[in-house]
Structures are given as structure tokens and as C-alpha cells.
Write a protein that binds this ligand. Structure first.
Ligand SMILES: Cc1cc2nc3c(=O)[nH]c(=O)nc-3n(C[C@H](O)[C@H](O)[C@H](O)COP(=O)(O)O)c2cc1C
Ligand SMILES: C=C(O[C@@H]1CC(C(=O)O)=C[C@@H](OP(=O)(O)O)[C@H]1O)C(=O)O
Length: 389
């Protein structure tokens, strides 16, 4: 499976064309819209999220609520476009050039992109590098989630750090009831299961905002119900951990990724890092612990997948950093675009959905076929083989 996205932050719409989705899978538009609404939420977001109300349109590849096997086209309209039509004019007629950007913002693609593409209005770079694009990637991931759901694979996310205020990872907190834990995360304005930490994280965001500053954080994605053997050890670009790393680091502002114990492995003995292998009649092969985060040798090992991503603080500051005007070469304060103070809760939804896409990709590589029934058969056969191994 593969996809391409297109669209500018203040252009008419975001578009995705997805290819390779097997036929006869039920697709619910309202479920995709639920994911889109979650991405728009979260404490600390700016005024743009009050303008947009993201809704997906499916323009091809789905009929009577089921995939047909043909390429799927997704569209999300930018409501803000009505205010930007002249600024984003395609044909150069009736233009408004008052929003030209000549002072690149540190931490953004502005300067590198301007030099690389030889454009003198840095808006040409800003518009496409913007994290507005994550809306369409969440729609794609929401579709992937629906493909995985019949096979019992579920993906969740939460926030475990905002500006240094830390909350327990899923493994540390080891909740008794998954349902209650999910409810707590969804009820929190920062998507953190701990109520006390939620308040502290909100305070941290308020504090940063009051100072014209921004904060980043860490998000954690957990995937349950994975069969053993998604991904492969045989080739570098088939290793699932490598692919997940790329997926997470491709999210705007993500600078670090960890699987399982992650960077912590460096501080421990091998006996404290690896997961002993057990077998019993009921569970078959399983592990005493899940320090590896569900992946060994580039393949799933049947334990829950645990992936974390670190997001840097939003680079646009209301107390701007110094930059250079590309016309006069004089030192100025960087341009201020309307901006979020913290987008970590929103980014946890993005991470959850890009991970779901990677898992779906690995799943349909292992269980390849053109239709739901064909794939269902393969899954059954394989699970039987695993059970009898
Ligand atoms: C959900 C989300 C929202 C974001 N909102 C903003 C924002 O309002 N202002 C901003 O300057 N950067 C924002 N960013 C981050 C920038 O898009 C990103 O830092 C920039 O494109 C440069 O890319 P890089 O940080 O990956 O190098 C956001 C990122 C995400 C994931
Ligand atoms: C539009 C979204 O996020 C945007 C991401 C973003 C950036 O520079 O990445 C800058 C802001 O854009 P604007 O200047 O239009 O307010 C955010 O609002 C979104 O998440 O849908």
C-alpha cells in the first residue's frame, strides 16, 4: 500500500490518494471524522482550530460503505481558504501580496526551503511544510485503523510529558482496566491519564504562553492484538522498527523516537533489558516482560507495541528569535504567524495514526490479497501454524 498527500495549509484543500487497499473492507466516514476532531483538540492550540472543523470526503475507491480495491481519494477542505484566496491565488490574477514572508522563522523549513527551491516569498515553503498536512495523514491512519480492526488490532495514544512535566508510560502505570484508562485519556485536555499531571501540564502551557514562549513533550503509542511476525529481519527497509522510526520522525517537529525501553537500554545490564520467553497451552509463546516494546529483529513478537516520540517546542514564538531579512540582509525579529503554544496532545493523535498506517502496511504485506476473504483465510492459516509451532 502507498499514499501521496497534496495541499497547502491555506490552500483550498488537503488531498490524499491511497493505493493498494484490498476490497470489501467496511469503511465508516464518521469514524474518520472522530479521529479528525480529536486531532483538532487539546489544550494550547491557536485560533486556526476555531476556524476549521475537519471533515473528510471520500471521492473514490469506496462504494456502499465498502472498499472496492480501487485507489481511494480523501479530501479535507480548508475552511480558512475563504480568507486566503487572493494570498494563495493559483493563476496570479487578483492577488494580495501583503502576506509575503521575507524573514525566515528559526526552527521552520523557511530558509532552507527558500534557498533550495530558489523562491523569494518564503510563504511558498511555509504553506507546504505546515503541520496542517497532518490532518490528511490522520484521515489515512483512521482508514488504516478500520482495516486492522476486524483482526483485533487496536491503536491508542497518550501524552507522557509536556515541558518536562512527566506522567507514567502505559507500561509503568500498568492500568487494571484498559477501558477506564482510555476514558481518562480522552477526558484529559492534554490526553494524559493522570488528572493531577493534566493540571500541571496545562499550567506549564499557560506559563509558556504568558511569556510568549512554547513547550514540547513526549507522546506514546500502544498497539494491541498484533500477530507475531509483522515486518522482517531479512532486509533493512523491511524492519518494522525502522519504518516506525521514519513514520514518527516524519511528523512535523518530532525530533526523537523510542521503542520499548528506548534510550534507557544504555543504562542497564542485558539481563535487565531482554524479555524471557515462556510457553503455555493457553497463551502459546509469550514474554515475562515487554521491555523490547513488542519488536525484536525488526518483527513483532506478539507483545503490545510501545512507540514514543519527542516533539520540540513549537518554533513560532510571540517573543520572536532573531532572523535575517532575505531582501536587506539586516537582522530582524522572525515573522510571527498565528500559532499554537503547544500541540503535543494533537500530535499524539497524529503519531497514533501514522503508526496505524505502518502497521496496516506490514499486515497487508504479510497477509497479501486483493479482498477481505482472501486475507481472512491467510490470517487464519497463519495463526494455526503459529499455534502448532
Ligand atoms: C499538530 C502540530 C501543530 C503544529 N503547529 C504549529 C504552529 O502552530 N506553529 C508553528 O510554528 N509550528 C507548528 N508545528 C511545528 C512545525 O510545523 C514544524 O516545526 C516545522 O514544520 C519544521 O519542521 P521540523 O520541526 O520537523 O524541522 C506543529 C506541529 C504539529 C505536529
Ligand atoms: C492548521 C493546523 O496547524 C497549523 C500548523 C502550523 C505549522 O506551522 O505547522 C501553523 C498554524 O497554522 P496557522 O498559521 O494557519 O494557524 C497551525 O494552526 C492544523 O493542525 O490543522
Amino acid at each position: 500500500m502507498r499514499f501521496l498527500t497534496a495541499g497547502e495549509s491555506h490552500g483550498p484543500q488537503l488531498t490524499a490518494v491511497i493505493e493498494g487497499i484490498p476490497s470489501e473492507f467496511p469503511i465508516s466516514i464518521s469514524k474518520i471524522n472522530e479521529s479528525l476532531a480529536k486531532r483538532q483538540g487539546g489544550y494550547g492550540r491557536g485560533k486556526r482550530m476555531q476556524i476549521e472543523k475537519d471533515q473528510v470526503e471520500i471521492l473514490s475507491g469506496v462504494r456502499f460503505g465498502k472498499t472496492t480495491g480501487a485507489p481511494i481519494t480523501l479530501v479535507i477542505k480548508n475552511k480558512d481558504y475563504v480568507h486566503w484566496q487572493k494570498i494563495m491565488s493559483v493563476d496570479g490574477q487578483n492577488v494580495d501580496n501583503s502576506r509575503r514572508v521575507s524573514r525566515p522563522r528559526p526552527g521552520h523549513a523557511d530558509l532552507n526551503g527558500g534557498l533550495k527551491y530558489q523562491v523569494r516569498d518564503l510563504r511558498d515553503i511555509l504553506e507546504r511544510s505546515s503541520a496542517r498536512e497532518t490532518a490528511i495523514r490522520v484521515a489515512i491512519g483512521a482508514l488504516a485503523k478500520q482495516l486492522l480492526s476486524p483482526f483485533g488490532i487496536q491503536t491508542y495514544s497518550h501524552v507522557i510529558n509536556i515541558g518536562g512535566i512527566e506522567s507514567a508510560s502505559f507500561t509503568q502505570s500498568n492500568p487494571k482496566s484498559l477501558e477506564t484508562w482510555i476514558q481518562q485519556v480522552e477526558a484529559s485536555e492534554v490526553r494524559c491519564a493522570d488528572i493531577q499531571k493534566t493540571e500541571q501540564m496545562k499550567q506549564k502551557i499557560d506559563q509558556a504562553k504568558a511569556q510568549g514562549d512554547t513547550v514540547g513533550g513526549i507522546v506514546e503509542v500502544i498497539v494491541f492484538g498484533l500477530p507475531i511476525g509483522l515486518g522482517s529481519h531479512v532486509q533493512w527497509d523491511r524492519k518494522l522498527d525502522g519504518r516506525l522510526g521514519q513514520a514518527i520522525l516524519s511528523i512535523q517537529a518530532f525530533k526523537g523516537v523510542e521503542i520499548g525501553m528506548g534510550f534507557e537500554v544504555a543504562d542497564h545490564y542485558g539481563s535487565e533489558v531482554h524479555d524471557e520467553i515462556l510457553w503455555d497451552q493457553e497463551k502459546g509463546y509469550h514474554r515475562a516482560t515487554n521491555r523490547a516494546g513488542g519488536i525484536e529483529g525488526g518483527m513483532t513478537n506478539g507483545e503490545p507495541l510501545i512507540v514514543r516520540g519527542a516533539m520540540k517546542p513549537i518554533p513560532t514564538l510571540y517573543k520572536p528569535l532573531r532572523s535575517v531579512d532575505i531582501d536587506s540582509k539586516q537582522s530582524f525579529e522572525a515573522s510571527i504567524e498565528r500559532s499554537d503554544a503547544c500541540a503535543v496532545p494533537a500530535a499524539s493523535i497524529v503519531a497514533e495514526h501514522v503508526v496505524a498506517w505502518e502497521i496496516a502496511n506490514a499486515f497487508f504485506e504479510k497477509f497479501s490479497g486483493d479482498s477481505y476473504v482472501e486475507i481472512e483465510q491467510q490470517v487464519k492459516n497463519y495463526l494455526h501454524l503459529v499455534e502448532n509451532y
